[in-house]
Each structure stands twice: as structure tokens, then as C-alpha cells.
Write a protein that binds this ligand. Sequence first.
Ligand SMILES: *Cc1c(COP(=O)(O)O)cnc(C)c1O
Length: 239
Amino acid sequence: MLTSEELATRIARVQQVITEAAERAGRDPRAVRIVAVTKGVERALVDLAYQLGLRIFGENRVQEAAQKFGETPLPEDAELHLIGHLQTNKARSAVRLFSMIHSVDRIPLVLELERRSERLNQRVPVLIQINVAREPQKHGCAPEEAPSLVQAILAAPQLELRGLMTIAPLTSHDEDIRQVFRMLRLLRDDLEQRFGIPLPELSMGMTNDFPIAVEEGATLVRIGRALFGERQDGDRLVR
Ligand SMILES: *Cc1c(COP(=O)(O)O)cnc(C)c1O
């Protein structure tokens, strides 16, 4: 496991890169929050990250999150976000475990989340995941499907639509990545106007591309490896 000092250094480095990217873009660095991605990371290290000041944690699988946080939740002032694909039959557990769901991408899931959160009498902040680059193997709805999802979520009283999320393609062409993040921001602006609602959150950027995401307007950057090191058990990111 990383030592406290090593982790503190990594957190400070990520924070520094965020600050520099925000300043390049004329943004307030405090408008960008780190979602520390803890898939494959043992609970003790998550707790250490909390002690070092991180407050938002992201898991991409309901089952792993339930094992890690089900019995011993994070402290009250911390948030656990679901950043990975959500199967409809896991909606109930997801509503119980997570304080935000980044991966809402189809209407049946909206309906099931609404049904489950109503029964549990809980409000659930959600983001719509957009497959901006239209990669066939990737989850997320197509950009042109976003308005119908917005409509469905607005019609679901327990769900609180907070913004959009995307995963950039795995490429070393920075301009292609930037284009994807920019398109997500423009889609957000368009939906805000069209529906007359605020959509403050843009969840975009990971270890490989978060400086670009911050320059393009990210408010939530989802960072795993830059904080916790390379994952031992294989990357379960579904791209
Ligand atoms: C794993 C994962 C991340 C973090 O990836 P890193 O490359 O470790 O920063 C971000 N978003 C999603 C959806 C993930 O599954």
C-alpha cells in the first residue's frame, strides 16, 4: 500500500495540475472537484485518502462498492459516486449506496431508478452519460438521444439531473480528446437552453486526459491511477 506521504504527494500533484489547467483556461480551480476512483483499491487506502482530504470517491461496479462500503459507509461528509455502467437489476443497490450516479444512459434505467428511489424515499442526483465519440463498444447514449433522456429524468420527481458525463476515446491525439470534451460542453449548453434548466456538472477527464478536460470545462474529474497507482487486477474500465 502507498504510504501516507506518497499518497499526499500524489494528491498534491493532481491538484497542482488541475490548478494550472484551470488557470490556463481562465477558470476558478475550485470549480473542479476530484472524484477519486477507488476500483481495485483496498478500503484502508480509501480511508487514508479521506484523511488526506479527498471527499468524493468513485466506483465503477455496484458489487465492489457494496463490499467495500456497504457495512461501513464513508463518513457523512464524503460522497460515493457510481461512475460505471449500471444494470437495471442493480438500481436498488445503487440508490442505497451512491450519492450520485454518472452513468444514466437509457430510459428504462431512468424509470427503474425513479421507482426504487421513490420506495426508498431518497432523492438521487444523476448525470447522463453521453457516448460522444460514438464508439460501438462503449456505454452512454448518442448525443441526439440526450433530449429524450432529459425529458424522462425531468418527469421523474426523485431524480435530480445535475449534468453530463463522458469517457474520451483511448488515443494519444490530444485534439481528438479535446474535441470530445468540447462537444460535451456544447451539448450541455444546448440542453440548458432548450429545457431552461441548469446543468452545472460536467464529469469528464481521467488520469490520461484530465488537464484537457479541465481546460474544456470539467467540474468533476474522475482520477484513479494518478492517485493510487496502476491497478493490479486489470483495468475494468469498459471503454
Ligand atoms: C477507471 C475509471 C476512471 C479512472 O481511470 P484512471 O485512468 O485510473 O484515472 C474514470 N472513469 C471511469 C468510468 C472509470 O471506469
